[in-house]
Design a protein around this ligand. Structure first.
Ligand code: PMP
Length: 391
């Protein structure tokens, strides 16, 4: 068995979630659009699930929840759907420099299609600069999209303050809450959120399902057009087993959030202390406190993240050096670069993300093996050698 410390990339489906989904594959298989009694069972499952997800984020109305195929689609529907619907009001949107790649690529698509996008910088810890956000607002700004928390370095944004700034300027506010959901309590009303993307797998539900929360009074154009399901905003036969699964996952997450987050924060802080104390020239990326309970992100001078994770693989530890969504590029993480790190520093990073099944022994093992790995890799590093000569 490996020690799995890459929960940001993928989470197992919770056993209870899997059980809740099972009947909807075979016995309760009907289409929720069918008017017969079998169809009624699916319709009820859909309505109950919508209610549970609405409760999870404290949405005022169940119909503010729209099911999609995942957070990527929710981000597309929120941003492209919103700007297409509202482009007569203006063609300028604002995002942060450390958004998920799906948001950055949507922004590029919009730029190719006549919209203008401004990117707000972040500070050294990855917190959005509110002064710069205010500076970037224009008369033709129609949408601000800033993540709830960062999926790489775990920094939590001051979302309510950002939403307040948007509201003061009559601008709609979208947030990608994928990294935060299930770990910190999200209240869309209290936070002042208009549009919010969620993904099922990030709360131990099945993959391939997501949600867009759309506050009453906000309008978007559909981007998937067809039979008119989901109030015409997302056509296609609803995936009832997955929807039931996500709703169950939300229920469990809500019930356990406080105790589980407390447990993870303890493990996280033991890990951070252990690594920074034992490994010279090691650093924490992101904010020491305003960070997700399950995230510890390090960098080590003169060591490459990729060599680190391969050495850890040999020790039976599954870990990432950065976001799985951008692992196909050789470019350093845009998030780390935005926090002011050099390319070399960004390349020396290790992203530890814990989850429900992470135990104290797993963390102890990482603290035990990592110092030797870093030392061995540094011995092979020409950069470390050069530094020694200067010393
Ligand atoms: N946003 C963030 C912050 C993510 O980490 C991810 C990947 N889990 C996505 C969006 C895309 O989600 P999905 O794979 O469900 O489309």
């Amino acid at each position: 068995m490996t020690i799995y410390l890459d929960y940001q990339a993928s989470k197992p489906v919770d056993g209870e979630v899997f059980e809740a989904m099972k009947p909807y594959f075979q016995e309760k298989f009907a289409n929720s659009s069918s008017l017969h009694s079998d169809g009624d069972i699916a319709t009820k499952a859909l309505a109950d699930s919508r209610k549970k997800i609405a409760k999870f984020i404290n949405a005022e109305k169940d119909n503010e929840i729209i099911f999609t195929s995942g957070a990527t689609e929710s981000n597309n529907l929120a941003i492209i759907g919103y700007v297409m619907r509202n482009k007569k009001k203006g063609k300028h949107i604002i995002i942060s420099e450390i958004e998920h790649i799906s948001i950055h690529n949507i922004a590029k698509y919009l730029e190719r299609n006549g919209f203008e996008v401004s990117k707000v910088p972040v500070d050294f810890y990855g917190i959005v600069r509110l002064d710069k956000l205010k500076e970037k607002i224009r008369d033709d700004t129609i949408l601000i999209s800033i993540q709830y928390a960062n999926n790489e370095i775990g920094t939590i944004q001051p979302i309510a303050e950002i939403a307040k700034i948007a509201k003061e300027h009559n601008i709609t506010f979208h947030t990608d809450a994928v990294a935060a959901e299930g770990q910190i309590s999200i209240d869309v009303v209290k936070d002042g959120i208009d549009l919010m993307s969620l993904s099922s797998n990030d709360i131990y539900g099945p993959r391939g399902l997501g949600v867009l929360y759309m506050r009453k009074g906000i309008y978007v154009n559909p981007i998937v057009i067809g039979g008119g399901q989901e109030r015409g905003l997302r056509s296609g036969t609803e995936d009832i087993p997955s929807i039931v699964g996500m709703a169950k996952a939300a229920e469990i997450a809500q019930k356990n959030m406080e105790s589980e987050s407390k447990r993870l924060i303890e493990l996280r802080d033991i890990l951070i202390k252990g690594i920074l104390e034992r490994i010279p020239k090691s650093h924490l990326n992101g904010h020491p406190k305003k960070r997700l309970p399950n995230n510890a992100h390090f960098r080590f001078d003169y060591v490459e993240g990729e060599s680190l994770l391969l050495s850890l693989k040999d020790e039976g530890i599954s870990i990432a050096s950065g976001s799985a969504c951008t692992s196909k590029t050789l470019e350093p993480s845009h998030t780390l670069i935005a926090t002011g790190l050099t390319h070399e520093e960004a390349h020396g990073s290790l992203e530890v993300t814990m989850g429900k099944w992470t135990k104290r022994e797993d963390i102890d093992k990482l603290i035990e093996v990592l110092p030797n790995i870093v030392e061995r890799l540094r011995k092979l590093s020409p950069l470390a050698e050069k530094e020694k000569e200067v010393d």
